[in-house]
Design a protein around this ligand. Structure first.
Ligand code: DGL
Length: 262
């Protein structure tokens, strides 16, 4: 028995590639489809209503076209707002990406944690709940940045980033006294790991959702059959334009040689 159904990853842009990387290691035989809502990018500056209306409908169309065995919403903004609606609409397992506050709380010595996400994510009640459940004895400082999302996209297009741009985007969090752990609560941000390490300095460490999602995917697909000869992985965009063309080398380097339009 072979089963050609892929795993579908979904984000507004290229951020979900930070989730794809650990997932490749966890399920090496899996075929991946990477879907980016380039026509709706960015999500972080949108309202809850816009995201809740957009994401389930798009995932429905993607599920119909690619028939995945599992969908990973590789986007904190979409997950913290639309996860219940997506689960209600689709009859297949859905894995969401939510801020990795639990591992951050386990790692923090000073009990001062930063949550660095999009503006939409950091204002969600979902983040209040995670902070109360897993970091009740910590000071949890939130910071939203749209600039950082744009910088991650630019980096993957091969553009060089202006000196100090990443540092300026995170300056309010860098200035927080005793901060020792930062949750990268937007999947775009691990793509800027080197720049963020430089901006925060050696005393601060980072957590993100990637490792936990990879473990969850491995668990949910354990014992499943895969195709003996895997079809090529594809990246699909809701709008294919010059920005997408500029991403071609970064996508190919991560195994997505073919690009399609939804
Ligand atoms: N990568 C997304 C996240 O994890 C959102 C980026 C955006 O479109 O603003 O939140």
């Amino acid at each position: 028995m072979t089963d050609p159904r892929p795993i579908l990853f979904f984000d507004s842009g290229v951020g979900g590639l930070s989730i794809v990387a650990p997932a490749r290691v966890a399920v090496p035989h899996a075929r991946f489809v990477y879907a980016a809502d380039s026509a709706g990018f960015p999500y972080g500056t949108k309202s809850e209503e816009e995201i809740a209306a957009r994401v389930p409908a798009l995932l429905g169309r993607l599920a119909e076209r690619y028939r995945p065995r599992l969908i990973v919403i590789a986007c904190n903004t979409a997950s913290t707002i639309a996860l219940p609606a997506v689960r209600a609409a689709l009859d297949l397992p859905i894995v969401g990406t939510v801020p990795a506050i639990k591992p951050a709380s386990a790692a923090s010595r000073t009990r001062v944690i930063g949550v660095l996400g999009t503006d939409a994510t950091v204002r969600q009640g979902y983040v209040d709940d995670l902070a109360a459940r897993f970091a009740g004895d910590c000071r949890v400082v939130r910071h939203g940045s749209a600039a950082l999302v744009e910088l991650a996209e630019a980096k993957l297009r091969g553009e060089s980033l202006a000196d100090g741009a990443v540092a300026a985007a995170v300056a309010p969090l860098v200035d927080v006294p005793d901060l020792d752990t930062v949750v990268l609560a937007c999947t775009h941000f691990p793509l800027l790991a080197d720049e963020l390490r430089a901006a925060f300095g050696a005393g601060v460490s980072f957590t993100d959702g990637g490792p936990g999602i990879a473990r969850r995917i491995a668990y949910l697909t354990e014992g499943q059959a895969w195709a003996a000869e895997r079809a090529p992985d594809v990246a699909v965009f809701t709008r294919v334009d010059d920005s997408v063309a500029a991403l071609t080398p970064a996508l190919a380097a991560r195994g997505f040689a073919a690009i399609e339009a939804l």
